[in-house]
Design a binder for this molecule. Structure first.
Ligand SMILES: Nc1ncnc2c1ncn2[C@@H]1O[C@H](COP(=O)(O)OP(=O)(O)OP(=O)(O)O)[C@@H](O)[C@H]1O
Length: 753
């Protein structure tokens, strides 16, 4: 009975792969055919590119389906019977009957939500486990208790598939969980896309993996909107983004931008390190006001009684306090960003200097009216307006600023900050940008505005050239008309009408077609555009973001369609904002939803119980540890040693899991010394998480996980860093110290009875 079921399922799955192969072949030949198409016209090229992009997207989706194409089956009481898979596939028949249903479709939901208590119309739910294209196991759950038929694959423990997934060795890359999404997670993944959803949960509750599946779900459910506007996923550091980088492609989604805050100002690469004190100051919301005030300081006036003297062909011009004051008033009244208000300032200065000049030149010594007429004055005005010296004076008072220049100069001489804060952020020009600088640059860009009038003028000139070129092309084709026509008449006795380019297209339209279409994906275009408005933003480790970083992100999400996941108990010392309410109130008041994930799928109970002592002992307000879904029977251990580096080397040699990953989490100051004792490890390098042994500090450990973890010198860490470090292991945890352990862990060193 049971092998028969397995055989039938294998037959179905093999048929499915055959269909996948046929679809893949179709797409491949379509790509080949398009690429082979002759025709160099821009329209032909465009159509070919679009076709290739479409088919390549399909191919990527088919490759996604290659592993675990079909992982579930739902048999309903009303006779409906659906297979569930990573992607949806239809048969080649005329009705295009669905063979396997995409996990994100509504009809697949009972796969994740149905219980014996609420069977959602299900009779039986089957988990299909495979290796490559071979079905290796079936696990059935009977949800209709009146059903007495049995398949021989009824799972003794409904969580067998989940537990097998959780126990598997880690690879250094996060995997998708489509086969085992749990009900509380499914509700988060499929929550409505409008508005702000906050997802809170302790370590290992699946916040990250759920957030990524949510991105995939939203792209499926709202593809029209989101494929155009793109989804942004913000993570804490590049190593973390590398760690999660394969989940969305494995779910068939490549159009998502993964970025850290430090990567969100196009043109700037944040490579510098920041002291915690400087990060704190730069992250405070008051910085917005400080920068605004610093910028007003850049809109200067000459000292009263010490005007700027501007050399001019018709005599000296005197740019004094009054002229500058009135011009500045008028420019500020325009209520525009600094660079956009500058023309108003310049106009008023030029106008005043022209009047000054006219009064001097046309002055009648006998008290009569000015000799100059309006035309003369206009001439004088033109000369003043194009004077390089006048412009230099204007630039001195109201400089054109880039965000980079303004922030560099501000950090060199931080104004409007308390002395201690100014000392913390002061930095010589030329230093590398840091992540904490990026929100300041973004704020500056808002305050400055982009004066794109020059770029617009260039674009217009470019356009005119294209039109002129197109006109030339049309003229050539028109000139050859007689020749072609005669040719045609000779070979075509019917004298069939020949339409020439001129008859159907004018130069402007032709230029439009010539213009290179932007073939970049929405995510690529978004990455290069500071003012891009994303369709949805997902923020992981959201508790870490500073108030200034929130301002940046909110600008990228004018519709406030966001999913924020985080755990306040894991907030780094120099990091984030207090409560979700504090973060969100300025932007959405209290209009946000809250969901909590309470089960830890990573850390076994033995390790979680120990780790929970750390925030508890520190009296972290509102701390609620998640409950571990499994216990392994392996207790964490601690050892006090004299020679720390040698001990770490010995422990790693003994503990490194077969085929799995081990992390040594140690304070930065010890990395140099420890690296020498570890295989293939270089201190200071960006960690390669796919290596068998990794050396990281607690900040780098954020969001990551390993089969086995050795924490070194825990007494050196703050509460949240220690809590993060202790909750990274899926199987084993060991602690090495050269001194005393923090109180919360002290029991580990006491002899057990
Ligand atoms: N439903 C599930 N099925 C299988 N594995 C799961 C499931 N939910 C979570 N996991 C696994 O649990 C581990 C922890 O998940 P994840 O990293 O998303 O947790 P987290 O809440 O972001 O943790 P942290 O706050 O510590 O970074 C991952 O290996 C993830 O694949």
């Amino acid at each position: 009975m049971s092998t028969e079921e397995l055989r039938e399922e294998q037959q179905f799955v093999s048929g499915l792969y055959a269909r996948l192969d046929a679809l893949r072949e179709e797409a491949e030949s379509a790509v080949q055919a398009s690429l082979a198409q002759v025709g160099n016209g821009s329209q032909a090229r465009l159509e070919r590119d679009v076709m290739v992009a479409e088919q390549s997207g399909l191919l990527a989706a088919f490759d996604t389906g290659e592993n675990g194409l079909c992982f579930g089956r739902l048999e309903f009481r009303d006779g409906r019977d659906h297979h569930i898979g990573r992607i949806g596939i239809r048969a080649s028949d005329i009705e295009r009957t669905p063979l396997v249903i995409d996990w994100r479709a509504e009809v697949a939901r009972p796969f994740y939500l149905a219980t014996g208590h609420t069977p959602m119309g299900l009779r039986r739910r089957r988990h299909i486990t495979s290796e490559g294209r071979r079905v290796t196991a079936l696990h059935d759950e009977i949800l209709d208790l009146t059903d007495t038929t049995r398949t021989g694959h009824e799972a003794a423990d409904a969580d067998e598939v989940l537990l097998a997934a959780l126990d598997s060795a880690r690879t250094g890359r996060m995997h998708d969980i489509v086969q085992t999404i749990q009900a509380e997670q499914d509700r988060v993944i499929r929550a409505p896309h409008q508005g702000v959803l906050v997802v809170e949960g302790g370590p290992g509750t699946g916040k990250t993996v759920v957030a990524l599946h949510r991105a995939a779900f939203l792209l499926y459910a709202h593809r029209e909107l989101l494929a155009k506007r793109a989804v942004l996923v913000v993570g804490p550091n590049p190593a973390f983004l590398g760690y999660i980088g394969e989940v969305l492609p494995a779910l068939g989604e490549t159009g998502v931008l993964l970025a850290t805050i430090g990567e969100l100002f196009p043109g700037v690469t944040a490579t510098g390190a920041e002291t915690p004190a400087a990060a704190r100051v730069k992250g405070r919301v008051e910085m917005a006001d400080v920068l605004a005030r610093a910028l007003r300081d850049r809109q200067q006036l000459p000292e009263p009684g010490a005007p700027l003297i501007v050399e001019h062909d018709d005599g000296e011009l005197i740019l004094d306090w009054e002229i500058a004051y009135e011009a500045r008033d008028a420019a500020r009244a325009a209520d525009l960003p600094h660079n956009l208000a500058r023309p108003t300032f310049a106009f008023h200065v030029i106008d005043a200097l022209t009047r000054q000049l006219a009064e001097r030149i046309g002055h009648d010594p006998y008290g009569g009216p000015n000799f100059l007429g309006p035309d003369d004055i206009a001439q004088l005005g033109k000369a003043v307006a194009v004077s390089a010296e006048v412009h230099a004076a204007i630039e001195q008072l109201w400089p054109t600023l880039t965000p980079e220049r303004f922030v560099t100069e501000f950090l060199a001489e931080p104004v409007h900050l308390a002395d201690a804060d100014a000392d913390a952020v002061r930095r010589a020009p030329g230093a590398a940008w840091t992540s904490a600088d990026v929100p300041l640059l973004d704020e500056a860009a808002e305050l400055l505005g982009v004066d794109d009038s020059a770029e617009r003028a260039r674009a217009e000139a470019r356009w005119q050239r294209e039109v002129a070129y197109a006109q030339g092309v049309l003229d050539v084709s028109y000139a050859s008309r007689t020749y072609e026509f005669e040719d045609k008449e000779e070979t075509d006795p019917e004298g069939a009408e020949v339409l020439l380019a001129h008859d159907i297209m004018d130069a402007e339209r032709m230029a439009e077609r010539q213009e290179e279409a932007d073939h970049r994906s929405a995510a690529e275009r978004a990455a290069a555009d500071r003012t891009w408005a994303f369709g949805h933003i997902i923020v992981d480790e959201a508790q870490e973001l500073s108030a200034m970083a929130w301002r940046l992100l909110m600008r990228r999400s004018p519709t406030r369609s966001m999913t924020l996941v985080g755990d306040p108990a894991q907030t780094a010392e120099s990091g984030g904002v207090g409560s979700w309410q504090d973060i969100l109130a300025p932007y959405v008041e209290d209009r946000w939803e809250y969901a909590r994930l309470g089960v830890n799928y990573r850390t076994p109970a033995e390790i979680m119980d120990l780790a929970a002592e750390v925030p508890r002992a520190a009296g972290v307000v509102g701390f609620e540890p998640p409950s571990s879904v499994r216990a392994t029977g392996v207790r964490p251990w601690a050892r006090r040693v004299d020679d720390l580096a040698s001990a770490v080397g010995d422990v790693v040699a003994a503990e490194a899991p077969e085929g799995g990953r081990l992390a040594v989490i140690a304070p930065r100051a010890l990395h140099e010394e420890l690296a020498g004792k570890l295989p293939d490890v270089t201190a200071g390098a960006e960690p390669d998480l796919t290596r068998a042994v990794v050396l990281i500090d607690p900040r780098q450990a954020k969001g990551l996980e390993f089969d086995s973890v050795v924490v070194v010198e825990p007494a050196w860490y703050g509460t949240s860093d220690l809590y993060v470090a202790l909750t990274r292991a899926t199987q084993r945890l060991g602690i090495l110290t050269s001194g005393a352990l923090p109180d919360a862990l002290a029991s580990l060193l006491q002899p057990r009875r």
